[in-house]
Each structure stands twice: as C-alpha cells, then as structure tokens.
Design a binder for this molecule. Structure first.
Ligand code: ADP
Ligand code: GLC
Length: 490
C-alpha cells in the first residue's frame, strides 16, 4: 500500500510528546512490512537544528492556496529507506519558530492558519510528488483537515486520491483545535462545511471533530480509551460524534507499541550500565548513578520513584505533588522527576528539591538522556494520569525493570497488569482507581512494602515486565488490517 502519514511532529526531528514517537515508529514498522510510507510534517528549522543537514530539497515551488491567496512552500526530504521517507513542508512564516505550538505556554495566535496551511500543503505535496495514495492517515487536530479536504470538491476528482481511504488517529482528545469560525476563510471551503456534521462546534470551528466525522475510520491509541471517550467525562464534548462513529463500527482502539531499538536496556547507549532480565547488576549501578546525578543519598535499598512527564493537567501530577508531602515527611523513600509545563507545578517541584535535597531530585526541562537514566535507575515509575490515551512511559519502564504505578485509565489500564498475590505470574505493576492524593499515596506505599517485604514477588514483576513484547509488530499488523477494510468512500 502507498501510505501517507500526516503529522505535526515526529521523532527525532521535532517532539513534544508521544505523537512524535508513534509518528516515527509506526511508519517504520509499516515500511518494514513492505508498504511505501511517506510521512509529511512541517520543517521547523529552529527545533530541528541538527537534523536540518540531513534533508534535501525535492520540490521548490509548491503552491498552497490559503484564503483567497496562494503561498509558496518547499518540500524537503529525509530518505530513510527505499520505501520510507520523511517529507518536510518548509514555510518559514509559519514554522520557523522557537517551539512547535506555543511560546511560554501561550498558543501562537495563528495556529488555525498554520495547521490549515499544513494540511493543505500535504494535499498539494501528494499531487506534486504524484503519490497514488491508498491510505491517508492523519493524526490529532493539526492534520485532521486532510480528511475533510480528501472528501471535498477541491481534491476528490484527482486520480491520486481515487482509491484513498482516510484514517484519523486521536492521540489526545484534550486538544481539538477549536477556533473562531472566521478561520474557515483560510481553508478555501465554503460555509456549507460549517454544520454539525463537520466543523461546527458550539458556533466555533473544531478541526478534530471535522476529522472524526469525515474520515473513513477513526482510531485511538488503546481499546480502553476508545470506550472512555464515548462518555462525557472523557469525551471533552466529542462524545456524541464519537458515539455516532462507534455505532457505525468506525471507531477502533489499537494499542501503541514502543521503539524496542531505542528503549532496550541491553544496548542503550544513553545509560551508564546495560542490563537484561537475566542480569540486573547494571540496573543497580544505574540507580547509584541516578542518585549521584540528582545529589540524593546513594543507597541501594531505598525505594526510588521516578517520573518523566509533561506537567499538564492530564498527567495528574498535581495530585502527586499534594500527596508526596506526607511521604517526604514520614517515609524513607526517594523521588526523581523530569518534566516541564504548568509553572506552579514546576515551582512546587523545585521547592521540594530545595527542602529535601537528599531525597527529592528534579530537572525542570526536557532531557532525553535523563529520561533514559530515570527509566533505568528507578525502582518505580509513577503515572497518575487523569486520562491517558495510551502512554508510552509505562512501557519504557517495564522494559527497564522499573515497576509502573498507574491510575487505571486508557492505555495504562490496557498495558499494566495489577499486582496481587494471585496474579503474580502476570503482574507488572500497581494500579489505583480514584484520583485522590490518599489513593495514590496508599498505592505508592503498598508498592514500597512489596519492594521491601516480598523480594521474590518484586523480582518476578520486574522480569514479567522486561519480557513482555511491546514491539510495534502487533500494532502494525492491526493497522494493516484496518487499512484494508476501511471503506473507500462513505
Ligand atoms: P504524552 O505524549 O501524553 O506526553 P506519552 O507517554 O505517550 O505521553 O509520551 C511522552 C514521551 O515524551 C515519552 O517518550 C517521554 O519519555 C517523553 N517526555 C515527556 N516529558 C519529557 C521530558 N521532560 N524529558 C524527556 N522526555 C520527556
Ligand atoms: C498522546 C497521549 C499519550 C499517547 C501519545 C501517543 O500524547 O497523551 O497517551 O501515548 O499521544 O499516541
């Protein structure tokens, strides 16, 4: 199949979260299975600085209609193999910025225009490069417009798209791309698209909604999340449109995999010592290095809880921040956190680090190297998410013998098997259900007590996690089936 993957970010070029990891690994896995995969994303010169040299310009004057005018972009390419290429839409007015979506937490005011442009540019690029598209796979609100364009008169007469099935994957329904309806102007589409079956959402434009209602198939990144988003609590206002698609059999949850080449404790070059399920000596040494790196007391026997996360409401770290106060006062435990996001959370974490320097370490910011060290050197990895479409870090943790402590939601529910004396052959982590400080605290204490008092059980959980297959193989096969069976047209 000729697959076009549309995204606003992909690792290693530009990444703010898991969408970037998926936008590299899944196209890679599909290409390995023999498909021709073309990934399209913006060219962010400031963010991709050291990656820019690897790209070549393959198309110089790509005309992209925008509003009543036309802009001119370039297409750059990074060829990974004969059947996998990353194409970058180069247009500096929109994408030459210090960060992808916002500056200091404030969304760029022209984000509607930027991502309408991106979606339109992808459609134009497909024509310019003459790709006969079997599958057009868009991701989240930023590229949701591709599905709308595909069905519109602007593109549905081109032979390149005559066999195209459209898929949209929801990685996070908390971000929908909701803008003033005047932005419809930039799309080149008429007001007939501003209705409840497409863009209209409480008298505003909603890009994700339009994508959900016009794609041939809607997927999200775990089976549990696919059910959760049908409820008002998790649907963020899109529960009704999604119920409509679910009734048509057009909503599926497919769990993400992880890049098992990048996240492999046996070969990882970013950690000081390597280890494997049969030889965990290196893990103990990584714990020592982690404690040293953050200036904590170097002690092998103290339970160490790690966190690597965006500090966003979704991640529930506000609850974590509240509940660990008591643990820092009363328990013999250590914490290491890497994250950035909401300013008050950053400040609260920095305050803990100042008050408990020997037991609490934090790095406010983004560091892939430290993320690998935290995964390798911690005993536990904490994810108290309010909602979690899939979550990748719990899988990275399990691969590194770090036992996840998670709220039972979305992909966390689907990938972690809860500890109990009866479930010890399968258990890989600890789950809690209600997002209250006491529930999280009790679960972290419960985990510490198993760590201290039932070492064989704890060791078994480590091995269970490390030997679970989280590779993209199964996921890629599920997407291939979905691509084959998605309807060509409504
Ligand atoms: P989300 O995409 O919602 O943020 P995921 O668990 O799917 O959550 O993916 C998060 C990705 O971003 C992981 O690869 C994680 O290691 C990485 N990450 C998040 N915050 C940081 C950080 N501060 N430093 C390094 N990596 C981070
Ligand atoms: C989103 C979700 C996360 C998921 C990732 C990749 O960022 O918040 O749960 O793992 O997308 O699909």
């Amino acid at each position: 199949m000729n697959i076009v993957w549309a995204t606003s970010e992909a690792a290693p070029y530009a990444k703010t979260g898991g969408l970037a990891d998926v936008s590299y690994s899944l196209p890679y896995a599909l290409a390995e299975n023999g498909h021709n995969v073309s990934v399209f994303m913006p060219y962010y010169p400031q963010v991709m600085a050291e990656k820019c040299d690897d790209t070549e310009c393959v198309y110089e004057l790509l005309g992209v209609p925008l509003g009543d005018g036309e802009e001119w972009a370039q297409i750059r390419r990074h060829k990974i193999s004969d059947n996998l290429s990353f194409y970058f839409i180069e247009f500096d007015r929109f994408f030459d910025r210090p960060k992808l979506y916002d500056w200091d937490g404030n969304e760029y005011s022209d984000n509607a225009e930027r991502f309408i442009f991106l979606s339109r540019a992808i459609m134009q690029a497909v024509l310019a490069l003459d790709i006969k598209v079997d599958v057009l796979h868009s991701n989240d609100w930023h590229t949701a417009m591709c599905s709308v364009y595909l069905k519109s008169d602007l593109y549905n007469t081109f032979t390149n798209f005559s066999q195209t099935k459209s898929i949209i994957t929801i990685h996070n329904i908390g971000y929908q791309g909701v803008f003033n309806k005047s932005n419809l102007y930039w799309t080149g589409l008429g007001w007939e698209y501003f209705n409840v079956h497409c863009f209209e959402f409480y008298d505003q434009l909603n890009f994700l909604k339009a994508g959900v209602l016009t794609s041939d198939m809607v997927t999200t990144v775990s089976p549990t999340y696919a059910e959760e988003i049908l409820s008002p609590e998790y649907g963020f206002g899109l529960d009704h449109p999604l119920q409509h698609r679910a009734v048509q059999g057009k909503l599926r949850g497919i769990i993400n995999g992880i890049d098992v080449n990048e996240w492999a404790p046996e070969t990882d070059k970013l950690i000081p010592y390597n280890f494997s399920p049969s030889d965990l000596a290196g893990k103990a040494l990584c714990k020592t290095e982690l404690q040293k790196e953050f200036g904590l007391d170097v002690r092998p026997d103290v339970p160490l809880y790690g966190v690597v996360s965006r500090l966003a409401h979704q991640k529930g770290l506000d609850v974590f921040i509240t509940c660990i106060d008591e643990m820092l006062k009363e328990d013999d435990v250590q914490f290491v956190i890497i994250g950035s996001g909401e300013k008050w959370q950053e400040a609260a974490l920095a305050d803990y680090a100042k008050a408990y320097p020997d037991r609490f370490g934090c790095h406010i910011g983004y560091s892939n190297k430290l993320a690998h060290l935290v995964e390798a050197g911690s005993d536990f990895f904490v994810m108290p998410s309010r909602y979690e479409p899939c979550g990748l870090n719990q899988m990275y943790s399990m691969k590194y013998g770090t036992v996840p402590i998670v709220r039972s939601t979305g992909g966390l529910e689907d990938t972690v098997s809860n500890y109990s004396a009866k479930n010890i052959n399968n258990a890989t982590g600890f789950k809690f259900y209600d997002l209250y400080p006491a529930a999280l605290r009790d679960t972290m204490r419960w985990a510490a007590s198993v760590y201290r008092n039932d070492k064989p059980a704890f060791k078994k959980m480590i091995t269970n996690g490390m030997t679970t297959d989280f590779s993209w193989h199964h996921t890629a096969v599920e997407y291939e089936e979905l691509y084959q069976h998605a309807n060509t047209r409504f």
